[in-house]
Design a protein around this ligand. Structure first.
Ligand code: ADP
Length: 262
């Protein structure tokens, strides 16, 4: 009754999963999936004794299969649960494994909800220390139902420094507060581009918008990631930057900071 009084349905942990971290954004295309993938890999690299999973609930545009260089249909366990696919030591599950790569997801709300239910409850993760969840962009039904169905340790919000992205990131942060999910902080992505020839730096989407938003919301900026050709190439070839260039500190500041501070 107490839980209902707060307006929240009962949350049930995902079996075998200790902590869930969601990666969210207000807008699409700001680097949310890139962050989710690299965060999962950074968590694994940071402590090899930890078991890490990556769940892609971005049902309309799943990117995890491509970014993690995985495809195929999950096998079923004896108890009829889907087995995650594995690459770079990360157990992955995505809507992209269940539908054709080029098939558009043209679903009514109820079908989306049953897909989410399947992804949340019908996966055999074994034992995981962290499950990183790649949310869809925005603050819709999927984000709400994920936040209300499973206990979430924290949310990381990704934004570019552009006003329109920040405005939506602000809404995202407010949504998590409403459903009592702690926001761990913001990641500013694509803030600066350095010309490889002349080394001139350009702030294509603005310089420090996320910092200002973080101040307004009293949150930390967990990372500030430049717009860099290697990051885009790494995503497109399914060799995420934290895996393929672990030494390149210039490109992955913040991810480590995120792990240390939380
Ligand atoms: P979202 O999940 O927010 O839609 P993605 O992570 O899919 O965004 O990123 C959108 C595109 O931008 C992808 O092609 C990705 O490779 C690229 N990208 C993301 N972050 C960077 C970056 N810092 N530098 C270069 N390309 C990036």
């Amino acid at each position: 009754a107490q839980i209902m009084a707060r307006g929240l349905p009962k949350q049930k942990p995902i079996e075998g999963v200790k902590q869930v971290i969601v990666v969210a954004s207000g807008k699409g295309g700001v680097g949310k999936s890139t962050t989710a993938v690299n965060l999962a890999l950074a968590l694994a690299a940071n402590d090899s004794s930890k078991a890490i999973g990556l769940l892609d609930v971005d049902v309309y545009g799943p990117s995890i299969p491509k970014m993690m260089n995985l495809k195929g249909n999950p096998e079923l366990s004896q108890s009829n649960l889907m087995r995650p696919l594995l690459n770079y030591g990360i157990a992955c599950m995505s809507m992209g494994f269940l539908v054709e790569e080029t098939a558009p997801v043209v679903w009514r709300g109820l079908m989306v909800m049953s897909a989410i239910e399947k992804l949340l409850r019908q996966v055999d993760w074994g034992q995981l220390d962290y499950l990183v969840v790649d949310m869809p962009p925005g603050t819709g039904d999927v984000q709400l139902s994920v936040s209300q169905n499973i206990p979430i340790s924290g949310a990381v919000i990704v934004s570019t420094p552009q006003d329109i992205a920040l405005m939506d990131a602000h809404k995202g942060a407010e949504m998590f507060r409403k459903v009592h999910v702690p926001v761990l902080g913001l990641i500013q992505n694509m803030s600066v581009f350095q010309c490889p020839n002349c080394k001139h730096k350009t702030h294509i989407f603005g310089a420090d918008g996320a910092r200002k938003l973080a101040q307004t919301l009293d949150l930390d900026v967990l990372g500030d990631i430049p717009l860099h050709l290697s990051i885009r190439e790494a995503s497109d070839t399914g060799q995420p930057i934290v895996y393929s260039q672990p030494e390149s500190d210039e490109l992955i500041p913040g991810l480590e900071a995120l792990l240390v501070s939380h």
